[in-house]
Write a protein that binds this ligand. Structure first.
Ligand code: HEM
Length: 88
């Protein structure tokens, strides 16, 4: 598919926190995990714990060895913007 990447503000990330529309960030990269939910070996409910937020800490607590960036390559939305948290 390969759309254009774009920076995501934290409050935009926070708006995508339901099973029908789930984004999360790991190490500064925002992924749309909506379609990955059904394939997550730990289940939908576990993955949803990280939805709408910077899930780095949670992810690393559970399975720091998992190559999320390769698994979610097609789900990358763009970099998480941290410099201006309230910017649109
Ligand atoms: C497995 C939780 C995010 C990929 C698991 C398991 C849990 C879990 C509890 C263990 C399942 C079991 O063995 O019964 C979470 C939580 C997440 C999260 C709370 C919130 C951030 C992700 C992401 C990916 C991912 C973003 C990658 C796209 C995997 C994989 C396994 C797994 C590949 C199997 C790992 C293995 O057996 O070595 N997850 N997960 N998870 N998760 Fe996640």
């Amino acid at each position: 598919v390969g759309g254009k990447l774009r920076p995501v503000a934290p409050r935009e990330l926070a708006a995508h926190s339901t099973e029908g529309d789930a984004w999360l960030a790991i190490r500064g990269r925002v992924y749309n995990v909506t379609h990955y939910l059904a394939y997550h070996p730990g289940g939908t409910e576990e993955l949803m714990r990280g939805a709408g937020m910077d899930a780095t800490e949670l992810f690393d607590k559970v399975h720091p060895w998992v190559n999320y960036d390769s698994l979610l390559a097609k789900c990358l939305v763009g970099p998480l913007r941290v410099d201006r948290p309230d910017a649109e």
